[in-house]
Design a protein around this ligand. Structure first.
Ligand SMILES: [Zn+2]
Length: 270
């Protein structure tokens, strides 16, 4: 039973499943096909002053967690789920492919999971700079450097334990198998424009690479709030700009700029 009090600040998990289907009953509620998911047509999003939402999909924010950080529990959850899908553990090396909000927050999640070496690749200089500022041990501009060579150089020729592909770029997806070590794990989250992307299946077989899809998240919000409360992750640093509900059109235009990572809309007082 989830109890909230009037005036509590909460963060909303935007996908509410049917709770009755096979996936829900297995505990894989994120795979529910009858899910109501905010802002995924035909379901409305939350660009509104008031939203009614099931209490058990609303998580109270402790005083130490800001509303802005609370709003970022969603992309952080995608990162936490990807880290779990990749079984990222203590002392692991991880390549994050793509330095958008998901990639940057996946970096936070793998750090919290114990990864000690984090490499991040992208094609936008501003994103690489931000990743470096936020603690990436090595950044790779794949327009200038060969990804597998750079990763090999950084890992003494071994390759990383886990690759989290968050860019969706077909070339980046194809090169995940060149960056991961033998017996390592590749997690795919970035959505390519076309679902068919060639990948070296012989490498997958010969190197016994585990390739996992990662879809949204399940049971991550409690962890996300706890990580924020403990100061184990930093999320607010990815916000480039903030605007009110009235400025929504400009915000969407600004968000299209590849140099921008994340815009934030503030609604009402907080
Ligand atoms: Zn269901």
């Amino acid at each position: 039973m989830t109890e909230h009090e009037s005036g509590d600040r909460v963060t909303l998990e935007p996908g509410v499943p049917c709770r009755r289907c096979e996936h829900c009953k297995r505990g894989d509620y994120h795979l529910c096909e009858e899910v109501t998911f905010m802002a995924t047509p035909p379901d409305d999003g939350a660009f509104a002053e008031y939203v009614a939402w099931p209490a058990d999909f609303a998580y109270t924010l402790p005083e130490t967690v800001s509303t802005r950080a609370g709003a970022l529990c969603e992309p952080l959850s995608v990162g936490i789920h990807a880290a779990r899908r990749g079984s990222v553990g203590v002392g692991d090396s991880v390549l994050i492919s793509g330095g958008g909000p998901i990639g940057l927050l996946a970096m936070e999640a793998v750090r919290a999971a114990g990864a000690t070496e984090v490499v991040l690749s992208d094609v936008v200089e501003a994103k690489l700079a931000l990743a470096a500022e936020r603690g990436a041990d090595r950044t790779i501009d794949v327009r200038e450097e060969n990804l597998s060579e750079a990763v090999a150089e950084h890992t003494d020729g071994r390759g990383v334990d886990v690759v989290i592909e968050a860019s969706g770029a077909p070339r980046a997806i194809a090169s995940t198998v060149d960056a991961v070590r033998r017996g390592g794990t590749v997690v795919l989250i970035g959505l390519p424009g076309d679902g068919e992307v060639p990948i070296d299946t012989l490498a997958v077989i010969d190197d016994e690479i585990d390739v996992h899809g990662s879809f949204r998240y399940k049971n991550t919000y409690g962890a996300a709030v706890d990580l924020l409360a403990e100061g184990a992750v930093d999320v607010e640093g990815i916000i480039d700009f903030e605007t009110s509900l009235e400025g929504i059109e400009t915000a969407f235009r600004r968000a299209r700029d590849p140099e921008n990572v994340k815009g934030m809309l503030s609604i009402g007082e907080h």
